[in-house]
Design a protein around this ligand. Structure first.
Ligand code: ADP
Length: 225
């Protein structure tokens, strides 16, 4: 669950990135956040993961009220939100398996659980046969899948992907959307930031559109597009 209530965010240099933004995303939804470059899309994701603070209003993510969240609670908040970064951020000297397993090790998951869960998730993203490969030996689409596997390995209730199809061809972006749909079908909330309108149209999901830091549109079906 993500709740934004009249949220305003100004960066230190005075840029107003979000102005009076309100929306609620319930558990299990699949939502696109769209808008021109600079509209405030990434800022929303940074507020959700508490990478950035906000000036006024209220942000609630799962059971966490971010305005009053203590720093010691931030790691727990972040465990409930998986993030797929546009540049993947894989560790080049670790195998695919190790990249994904590492995300479990850092939250102190028992070895037995890691051995059971990593193959399961690699299979879900279609990378079982690449478990021993290194990131540099993979295509862009495969690296993307590793990033997705890593983002969901600790079973977050929300998965955020910022421009996941920015660096892949149309066929690949369709496959990635299918994968998000499969993850969504298992109950995970999906939030995809994108500027690829053809994709948004085809998926026919809820669309939140921002313009200059303001919420312009919030509707299923993307009628404005
Ligand atoms: P989008 O993801 O839609 O392209 P962003 O959320 O990245 O937009 O940015 C919204 C606005 O905030 C833009 O005007 C951008 O230049 C500004 N901005 C983003 N990050 C920072 C930052 N760290 N410091 C100052 N301004 C920023």
């Amino acid at each position: 669950m993500v709740l934004f209530n009249n949220v305003t965010k100004t960066y230190a240099n005075g840029t107003k990135a979000l102005e009076d933004v309100s929306f609620r995303i319930d558990q299990g939804e699949f939502v696109f956040i769209i808008g021109a470059s600079g509209a405030g899309k990434t800022t929303i994701t940074k507020l959700i993961t508490r990478q950035e603070a906000f000036d006024s209003g209220e942000v609630v993510v799962n059971k966490y009220r971010l305005k009053t969240l203590r720093n010691s609670q931030i790691p727990y908040l972040r465990r409930t939100v998986g993030v797929v970064f546009q540049d993947f951020r894989l560790i080049d000297n670790k195998t695919v398996y190790e990249n994904v397993a590492f995300a479990m090790r850092i939250v102190n998951a028992p070895a037995k659980e890691i051995r059971a869960r990593v193959p399961h998730v690699l299979s879900l993203v279609g990378l079982t046969h690449k478990a021993k490969a290194y990131p540099t030996q993979l295509s862009g689409g495969e690296q993307q899948r590793v990033a997705i596997a890593r983002a969901i390995i600790n079973s977050p209730s929300i998965l955020i992907a910022d421009e996941p199809t920015g660096n892949v061809d149309p066929n690949m972006s369709r496959e990635i959307m299918d994968l998000f749909q499969a993850i969504n079908d298992r109950g995970t909330t999906i939030i995809v930031v994108t500027h690829e309108l053809s994709l948004v149209k085809r998926m026919n999901k809820r669309v939140i559109q921002l313009d200059g830091g303001k919420l312009l549109y919030d509707k299923v079906g993307g009628g404005l597009l």
